[in-house]
Design a protein around this ligand. Structure first.
Ligand code: CMX
Length: 133
């Protein structure tokens, strides 16, 4: 793993949260994007080498809607950048971690992504991601 790419935070009202995090970080949101496959609206803020990703649900089917109803707002996942997502999925499977998709999916921020179940990682949902060049 190369670095923490971003920390995902689930929020009830993303437009309100964007304004709040702009004040907190004293910087503008760099990208707002809807990811249809995940039914989420995302907003990214750069913080040094890493980012904060705000996540709002755009439908009740979204994993974020389920998370918010079960756990309420808060840290949803930690994402690590990798060089070769296919090799890293195989390595992590070999180590006994459980991928939530067999192959990487296209995520926000022009990345290939794969999530790993929080039951294997002390209750923290893990994402690995690789930039699409
Ligand atoms: N972090 C930590 N624990 C989580 C969690 C999260 N983000 N989401 C769910 N859980 C917990 C549940 O509370 C539950 O705990 P208990 O067993 O103690 O009740 C456990 O994990 C399993 O939950 P589940 O009901 O079996 O499964 P869910 O239907 O809630 O699905 C998960 C959980 C992680 C498998 C599912 O949300 C998933 O596949 N996530 C990956 C995709 C995703 O999160 N997309 C949104 C972000 C997209 C983006 O960043 O662009």
């Amino acid at each position: 793993m190369k670095k923490i790419d971003h920390i995902g935070i689930a929020v009830n009202d993303i437009d309100e949260a964007i304004l709040r995090y702009q004040r907190l970080l004293n910087s503008n949101c760099s990208k707002v994007e809807e990811v249809a496959s995940e039914q989420v609206k995302t907003a990214f803020f750069s913080v040094g080498e890493s980012k904060i990703e705000l996540l709002g649900a755009i439908s009740g089917e979204s994993a974020i809607a389920k998370f918010l109803s079960k756990k309420s707002e808060g840290i949803h996942h930690i994402a690590f950048e990798v060089d070769d997502i296919y090799a890293e999925i195989e390595r992590l499977k070999g180590e006994g971690f459980t991928p939530l998709s067999e192959t990487p999916k296209k995520g926000a921020d022009n990345k290939l992504i794969c999530f790993f179940h929080p039951k294997d990682t002390n209750g923290v949902l893990i994402e690995i991601c690789q930039s699409i060049r």
